[in-house]
Design a protein around this ligand. Structure first.
Ligand code: NAP
Length: 405
């Protein structure tokens, strides 16, 4: 009883044990009486475990996540887990529902019944007095949304996200976030920030928690850069490959966001901090692929002038080929805190040299896995796999809160 109430952050004012061992009385604030009753009922399988969910950012990933949740809601109810999406917010509008939003109809409902977005009101609505647990899922890439996590975690709202901004921001903010979750007993889950649906962060945690020592972690952390260098074999210019990848939607709208290497650096910071390192962005040596002359210009000028740098890229490739090597964009962080991101020459037989087009690969070299390192590999981007990674974090959260799946 008291574990269930504690997990739902309900304060117990007084208790009295009855004469029978089957009887116990307790006093809680009347405002949270319904929530307390549901939490206790759920703990004893008398009603489902209910989670009030707010999703911010129904874009490429968020939209698919809503579909995935919608397709599993009935099955999960039969397993005593009731996932209720009660709020959906974009950068402009939000839709709030008392019971649950119909996930087949949300775009129309948002259009017809939405109101101007107000994240304070959104969080307060999602954290209903009568539902034991609340989770906010942030599927934006926004630092402004990430800036709310600390307050949400402190007030009892669990946070699940594929957004890298909070974990790769300033170290004191990151620590404050973790401390807020620890102090409030809330959960902060972000597996999809690195490698999308691949179990990259969990694998690292499992290694550390079972007493292994990480020597270093390295890998290809960007599906876009993996693709560019898998295709760049000398038969086509680098700029033409970038141009076609942009047309196919494989790159960010501005390919410099991929080519700068900053996205890879953010992922490395997240892994480094997970290893216990006190890394800041400024500690990562990033060798980006955006020519200095094209750094600050317009997107149109960047695309037009990129061919000017084809000769340099072709030379690097030819040089590597002469030594039986390939070019790959690799991130690496070691136990001493050295973190590097940049173009690397690797033997053509190296594990990173033979990946499927947009695969990510992460190689953990540890005390246990030293001669033959542990490798996690597979698609590291795309809405289906990323949403799947966020969804599994949501189910992990439900299990932490007492659901038996
Ligand atoms: N796409 C992938 O394959 C992939 C893989 C791994 C991780 N991720 C991460 O997943 C997250 C989402 O990516 P995505 O590709 O789905 O992005 P996206 O298609 O651009 O969608 C972003 C969503 O966030 C909303 N949004 C932006 N700023 C907001 C704000 N300040 N307040 C409320 N809502 C806001 C947008 O609403 P509006 O429409 O109103 O702007 C949109 O619904 C990002 O953090 C990304 O790094 C994505």
């Amino acid at each position: 009883v008291f574990n269930a109430l504690g997990d739902a952050a309900i304060n117990v004012r007084a208790i009295a044990q009855g004469a029978s061992e089957r009887n116990i009385s307790l006093v809680v604030d009347s405002k949270v009486a319904a929530k307390a009753l549901r939490a206790v009922h759920a703990a004893f399988y008398l009603s489902p475990n209910t989670l009030s969910i707010g999703l911010i950012g129904p874009g490429t990933v968020g939209r698919v996540l809503l579909e995935q949740i919608g397709s599993q809601v009935e099955r999960l109810k039969s397993l005593n887990l009731d996932l209720r999406v009660r709020g959906i917010a974009t950068s402009k509008r939000m839709l709030l529902a008392q019971t649950a939003i119909d996930l087949d109809e949300w775009p129309r409902l948002l259009e017809e019944n939405g109101e101007p977005v107000d994240l304070e009101k959104f969080a307060a609505h999602c954290q209903a007095d009568y539902i034991p647990h609340t989770a906010i899922i942030d599927c934006t890439a926004s630092p402004e949304v990430a800036a709310h996590y600390r307050e949400w975690l402190a007030r009892g709202i669990h946070v699940v996200t594929p957004n890298k901004k909070a974990n790769s921001g300033a170290l004191p903010d990151y620590r404050a976030l973790k401390e807020a979750a620890r102090a409030a007993g809330t959960h902060y889950l972000y597996e999809a920030t690195v490698g999308a649906g691949l179990p990259v962060i969990h694998t690292l945690r499992d290694l550390r928690e079972t007493g292994d020592d990480i020597t270093h972690i390295e890998g290809i952390f960007s599906g876009t850069l993996a693709y560019l260098f898998n295709v760049f074999d000398g038969t086509e210019s680098f700029s033409s490959i970038v141009y076609k990848a942009k047309q196919k939607g494989f790159t960010e709208p501005d390919p410099r966001d991929d080519l700068s290497g900053m996205d890879v650096a953010r992922k490395l910071i997240i892994l480094g901090r997970e290893m216990g390192l006190t890394l800041e962005m400024s500690d990562v040596e990033v060798k980006g692929l955006v020519p200095e002359a094209l750094d600050g210009c317009s997107l149109e000028e960047f695309m037009r002038r990129l061919p000017e740098f084809d000769a340099t890229m072709a030379e690097q490739l030819a040089d590597a080929k002469r030594s039986g090597q390939v070019l790959r964009y690799v991130g690496r962080v070691d136990a001493q805190g050295k973190a590097t991101v940049g173009l690397t020459r690797l033997d053509a037989k190296h594990a990173f040299a033979n990946l499927a087009l947009t695969d990510n690969v992460v190689r953990y070299v540890t005390r246990r896995y030293c001669d033959n390192p542990l490798i996690v590999q597979g698609p590291g981007a795309g809405p289906e796999v990323t949403a799947g990674g966020v969804f599994s974090d949501l189910l992990r959260l439900s299990a932490y809160l007492g659901a038996h799946l």
